[in-house]
Write a protein that binds this ligand. Structure first.
Ligand SMILES: [Zn+2]
Ligand SMILES: [Zn+2]
Length: 198
């Protein structure tokens, strides 16, 4: 059984301290696009809360991805404070409770807890953890904020070397085409470039 599944019998007696390193593959719902993360750490405590349970703690991990600019391996550690409320039975959450209108989606209220559902005798932290992992994926992966990236012309990694475009331009664009024409002229001496005459 996943270590993120916590028996409510334990919580009945006292708050349960959670410190779990869970493989992300275990959390990923079937068919969901993957995230560049091997495992995620969930730390905090699960306590009785009204008719349900409340988890307060932190979700953290490190994304590994190629830098969007220079393609070098990049790391992006993250850590998010979380507050999850679990109620028994059918799904209710703060988003659907609100009288929000379609097309009028407001950014999630940072203070509103995410609400999950538990049934039976187990609170499963996995769905909430997965949600955090997805939300924390950065829009851009950079090896460092000031990454200079690759030159679109010569492909040089501008963090490590200088652009070779200027050096390679002369022989490639100026000479070879001339050489080509000269070679053609030598092969066909009658076909001299110039005004055509009848
Ligand atoms: Zn980079
Ligand atoms: Zn270049």
């Amino acid at each position: 059984m996943s270590k993120l599944k916590i028996s409510v019998a334990l919580v009945a007696e006292q708050d349960v301290t959670v410190d779990v390193e869970a493989p992300v593959a275990e959390l990923q719902p079937e068919g969901a696009p993957g995230v560049p993360l091997e495992s995620v750490r969930v730390r905090g405590s699960l306590a009785k809360f009204e008719d349900g349970y409340m988890f307060r703690g932190e979700v953290s991990g490190t994304y590994h991805h190629a830098c969007d600019r220079c393609l070098a391996a990049a790391e992006h550690p993250f850590s998010r404070e979380v507050l999850w409320v679990f109620v028994e039975g059918s799904a209710v959450n703060f988003e659907t409770q609100g009288e929000g209108q379609e097309g009028d989606i407001e950014p999630e209220d940072e203070d509103a807890p995410s609400v999950g559902v538990y049934s039976g005798n187990v609170v499963d932290l996995a769905p909430q953890t997965w949600e955090e992992v997805v939300l924390a994926v950065p829009l851009k992966f950079l090896c460092r904020p000031e990454c200079a990236g690759l030159c679109p012309g010569c492909g040089a990694n501008l963090n490590l070397e200088s652009c070779r475009c200027a050096a390679s331009k002369e022989p490639e664009t100026a000479k070879p085409s001339n050489n080509g024409l000269q070679a053609l002229a030598e092969m066909f001496p009658d076909l001299k470039p110039g005004p055509l005459e009848e």
